[in-house]
Structures are given as C-alpha cells and as structure tokens.
Design a binder for this molecule. Structure first.
Ligand SMILES: NC(=O)c1ccc[n+]([C@@H]2O[C@H](COP(=O)([O-])OP(=O)(O)OC[C@H]3O[C@@H](n4cnc5c(N)ncnc54)[C@H](O)[C@@H]3O)[C@@H](O)[C@H]2O)c1
Length: 379
C-alpha cells in the first residue's frame, strides 16, 4: 500500500478485516507500506499492521513477494504508480478520482487493458458503491421497481474549509488534487449515480466557484486537519461545483458538490424518481433506504424506510444479525472482498479503470462548461 493517512488507514482496516468476515479463496497479507518519511512510515506500519515499511513505492513494485499494489496517495501520483505496477504484473487498486487529468486517466486505462491480457486486474476505489443500501438500490433499479428513471438528484456536501484561515492543504492545490470539491466529492456522486441507474452522464452545464482565493500556507498538515502559518498562497481549485446533466437512458440530473455547506459534514444524498417509484439514499443514515412504490393501492402509498440489514441484502449476511447496522468503514471491506474475489476467480473487478475514466471525462466536461460560462458541454 502506498500512502498511510486517511485512505491508508481505511484500506488497512479493510485488508485486516476482509478474510475474517468473508470466506475468500485467497488471503490478504499486509506485506509492506510506503510513505516518504522513514520514521513516520515505520510508525504507520506498526499502527496499521503492515510487516515492513519502505520510503519509495518503486521498491514495492519491484518486490517479488507483493501481488497487489494499493494506491492511497493524492491524485498527482496515481498515474505513475499504477502504470509501473501494472507493467510489473501487479494487480492494482487505486483510490478515486482515477487521475488528475483525462490524459492521465486515458493512459491508465491503456495500461490496464494491456495488463488484463496477462490476467492482471485493476480497480478504482469508489467505495460508496459497496454500502449495502447503495448496492441494493442498484438492484431495485435494475429489477425495474422504479420504472423508467426520469430524475436523478445528487448532492455531496461538506463544510471543512468554511473558515478562511484553514490552510492551503494539498486538496486545495490543482497540481496535487486535479480539482477541488468537484474531483474529491463530486466524483463520488457521479460514479454512484451512474452505478445505480446504469446510465452514463452524456453532457453537462456547470458552474464552479472558489469563494476563498488566498489561504495561509500549511505549517503542519495532516489530511483534513491542519494549521496555517503567516504566509499565504493561492487556492487553485474549486470550492463548489454545480451542474445539470443528461444521462444516456433519458434521465435528467442535478449535481451539487461543495465544501462550503456549513453544518454538512459528509452529506451525500441521492434521490431517484422513476415512472413507477422513487428512492432516496442518505449517507448520514447509511443503513437505510427510502423507497416509494407507486404501484401499490393509493391509500397505502408513502415512502417506506427499508432497514438494509437483512441477510438478503448485499454483503450483510457475513456480518451481524438483522438491525445491527454497519458503518463507513465496512464499504472498504466490501471493496476488498470484491477485489480479492475477482483476482482469485480471474474476473475483472468493478469499477474498472475504464469506468473511472468515464467519471474523469464528466469532471473534465464540468470544468470546460464552467470555463465557457456554463455552456452545454458533451462528455
Ligand atoms: N474513497 C473515499 O471515500 C476517499 C476519501 C478520501 C480520500 N480519497 C482519495 O484517496 C487518495 C488519498 O487521499 P487521503 O485523504 O488518504 O489523503 P491524505 O493526505 O490523508 O494521505 C495521503 C498519503 O499519501 C502519502 N503520499 C503522498 N505522496 C506520496 C508519494 N509520492 N509516495 C508515497 N506516499 C505519498 C502521504 O504521505 C499520505 O500518507 C486521494 O486520491 C483521495 O481523493 C478517497
């Protein structure tokens, strides 16, 4: 695994758990973790359960005892690490967004396709697909329970940079992060809605905004929490991105991604309205799904709260009895389960790099539309 902070910790937890919860044909061994600072990465290895610590990811790629490279770094290093790992015959799981640009993402897809011919697998980490309620929502849509999807309404709202004194961490720098709220959280709702509807975004009209244009340079930085010094620098990404979109199956959609939604901590909410029914998923209540079945008797109609903790629901049977809910971290364990099973059975895991490339093209269309005064822009 490369990178050991936020996603590194979440992935480590998942790798440690996956074989204890799920029966799988292969066992995950936490062989080596990479970071740039020797003493920090050693401490991380010990804390997170990795056998050894290295300071150059190339060492992982060159190691004979490593079969999988798990990329948990900012977007500026995804492309180089993934392509080198695939060329060395390592299966790759790469955090989202796949890359910082469409060009990088395209070259990653080419590398993945070439490696696939030799049985080498690759996957992008859009973990919210693996929240049981989201997986179940996809099943409801695919089974026709919502009918023809007409509306998709998606928001992903956070508030961690409302304070203008919050420093210029890597997520606020285009060369490190690619984009701001758009690629960080907007990417999740694009992937999630494309996944549950089975439809691709084909065109957008967008606007993006950067409310705070100068911020203190970080004096001490660690992911989402950091403190600033006296000097300032320019914010080079969006603070918020809003867009309307058309989907390939005829649905129309609205998307909003913001880090300035005061009071909203990790507010991901998706509503679908179809010809036969509607459904709502809200990450703050991730064990639940609201479902409106418009085909029942009129007098009984209303939104039903489904508690997605039954053994019949995706992934749930391996965990606890009905009603004993799961949380954020479990989506990562499910991600590793599906990845390990795909590797073991010689199948391609999803979302593939090509799926993640489609998301990247949507992000790119949003930026181009915004730059053109919100003009309609095909993906
Ligand atoms: N799936 C999700 O829900 C989710 C959530 C947060 C972040 N992410 C994604 O995960 C990735 C990492 O984000 P994060 O929040 O974990 O960031 P973070 O800042 O918490 O951690 C980044 C880690 O990468 C390391 N790193 C950076 N460059 C490196 C290099 N060249 N070699 C080795 N290590 C390097 C840093 O030292 C740190 O350990 C990003 O692509 C981000 O978009 C996904």
């Amino acid at each position: 695994m490369v990178g050991y902070a936020f996603m590194g910790a979440a992935h480590s937890q998942a790798w440690r758990t996956v074989n204890r919860v799920f029966d799988l044909p292969l066992r995950a061994r936490l062989t080596a973790v990479c970071g740039r600072d020797e003493s920090n990465v050693r401490a991380a290895a010990s804390r997170l359960g990795w056998e050894r610590a290295v300071t150059d990811w190339r060492e992982l790629v060159a190691s004979d005892d490593i079969d999988v490279i798990d990329i948990c770094t900012p977007g500026d290093s995804h492309c180089e690490i993934a392509i080198a790992a695939l060329a060395a015959g390592k299966h790759v799981i790469c955090e989202k967004p796949l890359a910082n640009t469409v060009e990088e993402a395209r070259s990653m897809v080419a590398a993945a396709e070439a490696a696939r011919a030799g049985g080498v697998r690759s996957m992008c980490g859009y973990n919210y697909r693996r929240v049981p309620a989201v997986s179940y929502l996809r099943q409801l849509v695919a089974g026709g329970r919502l009918g023809t999807i007409r509306h998709v309404r998606a928001v992903y709202l956070q508030d961690w940079i409302v304070d203008p004194e919050f420093p210029l961490v890597w997520r606020l720098q285009k060369d490190k992060a690619g984009s701001g709220a758009l690629g960080d959280i907007g990417a999740h709702i694009v992937d999630l809605t494309q996944y549950v509807t089975g439809q691709a975004v084909t065109g957008v009209s967008a606007l993006t905004e950067t409310f705070i244009k100068e911020r203190p340079l970080p004096s001490a930085s660690s992911g989402l929490s950091a403190s600033g010094g006296a000097e300032t620098g320019t914010v080079t990404v969006d603070d918020a991105a809003l867009f309307i979109a058309r989907l390939s199956g005829g649905a129309v959609a609205t998307y909003e991604a913001s880090r300035f939604a005061t009071g909203r901590k990790n507010g991901l909410r998706v509503e679908l309205n179809g010809s036969k029914g509607s459904a709502v998923f809200d990450l703050e209540r991730l064990n639940e799904l609201e479902f409106y079945d418009g085909t029942g008797p009129g007098a009984e109609q209303g939104f039903t709260r489904i508690l997605v903790t039954e053994p019949d629901h995706p992934y749930v049977a391996a965990w606890w009895p009905p009603g004993h809910g799961l949380g954020y971290e479990h989506s990562f364990t499910h991600q590793m389960r599906d990845f390990v099973e795909a590797v073991a059975t010689g199948k391609d895991p999803e979302p593939s790099f090509a799926d993640a490339f489609q998301v990247q093209r949507v992000l790119d269309a949003v930026e181009r539309s915004s730059a053109s005064g919100s003009g309609w822009t095909d993906v």
